[in-house]
Design a protein around this ligand. Structure first.
Ligand SMILES: [Zn+2]
Ligand SMILES: [Zn+2]
Length: 227
């Protein structure tokens, strides 16, 4: 073969750029028919394997030896706990990050935005199906105190409504299961006491107090009645 093309030059070479002989066991024809130095090829492969190993070990170091997602979660958790004021257990813990238009704190985690109270419950329980609602006993949307949060389902609310008479003929204190009377409802709605205190006083759950105040239950009672 004659000529000045790469193939021709390659075909005439007797040794590689590093002086290894291009003959015998060290001659390695590649798929295109070029003659390659087996020693240099081995060295090059070893070098790229070494580089990949170094990249992986650097990544592990950057992630404190954890998987990247686990590390992102750990960092998000630290950021979360830096975003509110941790007061006494019976006080509200106000969020001081950014807020959603609904008034709840806004928290971003792994590219998803969730309300801060929900994030608090998620960090505590590790799992929270979308059908489970996170509600406040303190009516303070900025609050992320886990002691002021309780879980409820949409079905709970519906059951509660039916039981309290919104969807059946029996209403309010004429309902068989009613624990509190209509004037209690007015007192609860006007009271400045915490939901926990009122719950103890009336023998109901803080969640029930919250639902009364939000008018999810006893909605048929207007503020004028009984005043
Ligand atoms: Zn070589
Ligand atoms: Zn609170």
């Amino acid at each position: 073969m004659t000529g000045g093309g790469f193939a021709a030059i390659n075909a005439r070479k007797t040794e590689c750029a590093h002086g290894h002989p291009l003959s015998g066991e060290n001659l390695l024809p590649n798929k295109q028919g070029y003659r390659i130095c087996a020693a240099c090829q081995r060295a090059s492969l070893a070098k790229s394997r070494e580089k990949a190993r170094a990249r992986r070990s650097q990544a592990r170091e950057d992630n404190d030896g954890m998987l990247p997602v686990a590390n992102a979660l750990k960092k998000a958790e630290a950021r979360f706990h830096d975003s509110y004021t941790r007061n006494e257990y019976d006080e509200c813990w106000p969020w001081h990050g950014s807020f959603l238009s609904t008034g709840y704190g806004r928290f971003n985690i792994l590219g998803t935005t969730i309300p801060a109270p929900r994030a608090m419950r998620l960090l505590i329980s590790g799992d929270l199906p979308p059908s489970v609602l996170v509600c406040h006993t303190c009516d303070n949307r900025r609050c992320v105190n886990p002691y002021h949060l309780f879980l409820g389902s949409v079905q709970d609310n519906v059951d509660d409504m039916i039981r309290k008479g919104r969807k059946v003929v029996r209403r309010g204190s004429t309902s068989l299961k009613a624990k509190i009377r209509e004037d209690d409802v007015h007192s609860i709605r006007q009271s400045k006491e915490s939901a926990a205190d009122l719950a103890r006083k009336y023998g109901v759950t803080p969640g029930a107090v919250w639902h009364i105040r939000q008018r999810h239950t006893w909605a048929h009672l207007t503020d004028q009645e009984g005043q």
